[in-house]
Every structure is written in structure tokens, then in C-alpha cells.
Design a protein around this ligand. Structure first.
Ligand code: 4NP
Length: 164
């Protein structure tokens, strides 16, 4: 059975598509890509159909990770059923995802546990949020890359530990 993994941010042009691309790159390198279905989405609709932000994809390229195949799409409530693990980049994203979850109550095995802040897996979690680089300078994109890279490695490690 595949792990269905979804990364969610606001615009789906910076943080979550980067997480999608980095996570995919890691599982491909480790030879376990066939165990995963990987996608990303944004809670907002501004960038539906758009390629990733060129500053974010240039940063990814500089680390040998391509975001070329990714296009923006909006998070929909059906995603709550389609994915086993939904990782929100910040607390606003988490709130917006959970607010679309009309049919479920909080508790073990509920959405509260399947839908989590991405940086809960970060060994250096800071405030548990991936900062939005969109309106900042270029250094914000490298910072986001470092956070996303180390958190995705830790996440893939935890999936591999589960399989042992
Ligand atoms: P993202 O960054 O959520 O990491 O994709 C943003 C991109 C675009 C906008 C906001 C955040 N925007 O307002 O257009």
C-alpha cells in the first residue's frame, strides 16, 4: 500500500511545491519512490495552473532539485480523503485545512492527527512553521530550502523506520 502524502501552503508556488520536489527527490535517490504518492496544494486560488515562483525553483535547481513539472492547484476538501498524511507549512494553512473538515471529530485516528504541521518532523523545529518567503528577499528562499530539505529527510527516515 502506498503512503499518500500531501504538502500544503498558501500559494502552492513556493513552500509546498518545494517540499513535494525535495521529498520526491529523496525517495527516488533511496529507491523507495514506488511506495509513495506525492502532491502539493495551496489553500488560496491565485496561482492555480501556474509554475512555481522562479526564485524558489532557481534555489531548488542550485541544489540539483527540479520543480519544473509542478503546477499550482488549490486544496479541496476531497484531499482530506485522498491523502493519508497532510503536512501544513504554517498554522494558518493548518487552520484552513481543518476548517474544511466538516464531517470529522478530533481524536486518535482523526484529521487532527493525519493533518499536521510539517515542521513537527523537523529536528530543529523553531516555531514549527516554514516562513513564507514570497514577499521577502532572496535569502528567504535558501532558508526555506534548508528547512524543507532537513525536514523531508527526517520525514522519509520516519517512514522507513515504520517499515522496519
Ligand atoms: P507559498 O508562498 O504559500 O509558499 O506558495 C506564497 C505565494 C504567493 C502568495 C502568498 C504566499 N500570494 O499571496 O500570491
Amino acid at each position: 500500500m502506498k503512503h499518500r502524502v500531501l504538502f500544503v501552503c498558501l500559494g502552492n508556488i513556493c513552500r509546498s511545491p518545494l517540499a513535494e520536489a525535495v521529498f520526491r527527490d529523496i525517495v527516488e535517490r533511496r529507491g523507495i519512490a514506488d511506495q509513495f504518492e506525492i502532491d502539493s496544494a495551496g489553500t488560496g486560488a491565485w496561482h492555480v495552473g501556474h509554475p512555481p515562483d522562479s526564485r524558489m525553483s532557481a534555489t531548488a535547481d542550485s541544489h540539483g532539485v527540479s520543480m519544473d513539472a509542478i503546477r499550482g492547484r488549490q486544496f479541496v476538501s476531497e484531499d482530506l480523503d485522498q491523502f493519508d498524511h497532510i503536512f501544513a507549512m504554517d498554522r494558518d494553512n493548518l487552520h484552513d485545512i481543518l476548517s474544511m473538515d466538516s464531517s470529522r471529530t478530533a481524536g486518535p485516528n482523526s484529521e487532527q492527527f493525519r493533518v499536521r504541521l510539517f515542521r513537527e518532523a523537523d529536528p530543529e523545529p523553531g516555531d514549527y512553521q516554514v516562513p513564507d518567503p514570497y514577499y521577502g528577499g532572496d535569502s528567504g528562499f535558501e532558508n526555506v530550502y534548508q528547512i524543507v530539505d532537513r525536514t523531508c529527510r527526517a520525514l522519509v527516515d520516519s517512514f522507513e523506520d515504520l517499515a522496519k
